[in-house]
Ligand binder design. Structure first.
Ligand code: DOR
Length: 435
């Protein structure tokens, strides 16, 4: 059989299907055409193959393509921060083959035309891009979007991300519609009345720094309300970027009561704590919800371990140098995350013994895929060749000039990480190869 691409010498790890083995992959027409158990692919075949179409995965793990269900690609409207093209390149560099874009673009993704615009641009990109549609028109919390139309255009979820949908009656209806279409409602759970105007976590640190705080209770109340509404309606609720111990506990209880609630955590919330802010006032540490306390960070890790938190999602939020090179309280909230996500997860979670690599990969591929209703990627013969290849032992230092994202607003620049992407393959095409 003639192949288009060979991935050789790697260790296949498909946590969704529960196998780890040494094997080579033959890719043809965008699909995994053949899995060769160790030693079955002969030297003769490999030697005849063009070198640029071979990925040598020696020492690396070959795994189903990573999925990030929370990114901001800024197109349409703020192409100076990120475009679908640049964002999808950054995604591929981070090992992602699929992402879901949040609708807080300008204009918002609240109608079929904008969904079509984004998805048509993504066709030429380096990863699969799905849209999350806005729950309300213009994301202003006043009037529901035409949710049926959005679903017809292909949205995989609805959310007013960046803002909490304050009106509980509207959230109830959103969950009812979402239930009809079997899509989740993604909640940016921070009560605006409690959090609004806050810059950092409300804590001893916020008092010390003299900055207005965003209290944990703003998140906890918002999550509790939405879980109640999800229970009432039977709709699927997904909590975006959970950051507080109380929030995790509310989700744990919701799940125990049988409510259809899932949750994600962003790498910065299981890695960073708010005491770092006063060190250098790095504006890249300003994010919503804010970086919290060590106890909250520990709760994120516990939630990941016991399954309360289903997946890791970056909340990749690009901002320009001008928007970050200002006083801390003037800086736009958000940080990029696609290119550091796997390295942070391996360094902070696997290497410290909290999550074994297969469990981690489940939280970065099959679990997030299922939440947005996609078939999880897999390494079985006949499956679409969306594949991530990474060296779990390789150490590297995050460098600003190496980011492929258009924006460079990462607080992780200079950090030493373990676990490095070697190559990413999407639909049988190499979308990223480390130099
Ligand atoms: O810090 C954030 N930035 N949090 C969000 O929810 C939105 C994001 C953005 O779009 O910049």
């Amino acid at each position: 059989m003639q192949f288009d691409l060979l991935i050789i010498n790697g260790t296949l790890m498909d946590p969704g299907f529960g196998f780890t083995k040494k094997a080579d992959l033959g890719i043809k027409d965008g699909k995994i055409a053949k899995v060769f158990d160790e030693g079955k692919l002969t030297r003769k075949v490999i030697d005849k193959f063009p070198a640029e179409s071979i990925v040598d995965a020696e020492g690396a793990i070959v795994t189903p393509g990573l999925v990030d269900i929370h990114v901001h690609f800024r197109e349409p409207g703020r192409e100076d921060k990120e475009t679908i093209q640049s964002g999808s390149r950054a995604a591929a560099a981070g090992g992602f083959t699929t992402v879901a874009c949040m609708p807080n673009t300008q204009p918002a993704i609240d109608n079929q035309e904008t969904v079509k615009f984004v998805t048509s641009l993504a066709e030429k990109g380096d990863c699969r891009v799905y849209c999350v549609g806005a729950i309300t028109k213009n994301r202003d919390g006043e009037e529901l979007s035409e949710i049926g139309d959005l679903v017809k255009a292909g949205v995989v979820a609805i959310s007013d991300d960046g803002d909490y949908l304050q009106n509980p009656e509207m959230m109830r209806r959103a969950l009812e519609y979402a239930r009809m279409f079997d899509i989740p409602v993604i909640s940016h759970a921070e009560d605006e009345f409690l959090a609004g105007g806050g810059i950092v976590n409300e804590s001893f640190e916020s008092s010390r720094l003299g900055m207005q705080g965003r209290p944990a209770v703003a998140e906890e109340i918002a999550i509790l309300r939405d879980i109640k509404l999800a229970g009432l309606t039977g709709g699927r609720l997904h909590i975006a970027h959970v950051s507080t111990a109380g929030g995790v506990e509310a989700i744990r209880r919701g799940k125990a009561e049988g409510v259809k609630v899932t949750a994600e955590v962003a790498p910065h919330h299981f890695t960073l704590t708010d005491d770092l802010i006063g060190e250098k006032f790095d504006t890249n540490l300003r994010v919503n919800p804010p970086i919290r306390s060590e106890a909250d960070r520990q709760a994120m890790i516990k939630g990941l371990i016991d399954g309360t938190i289903d997946c890791i999602a970056t909340d990749h939020a690009p901002h320009t140098e001008e928007e970050k090179d200002v006083e801390f309280d003037q800086a736009s909230p958000g940080m990029i995350g696609l290119e550091t996500s796997l390295g942070l997860a391996i360094t902070e979670l696997s290497d410290r013994g909290y999550l074994a690599i297969p469990d981690l990969l489940r939280k970065m591929s099959s679990n997030p895929a299922k939440i947005i209703g996609l078939e999880p990627n897999s390494l079985n013969e006949g499956e679409v060749a969306d594949i991530t290849i990474f060296d779990p032992e390789a150490r590297w230092v995050v460098k600003k000039e190496k980011f492929l994202s258009k924006s460079k607003n990462s607080p992780f620049v200079g950090r030493k990480l373990k676990g490095k992407i070697k190559a990413t393959v999407m639909g049988g095409r190499i979308t990223y190869r480390a130099k």
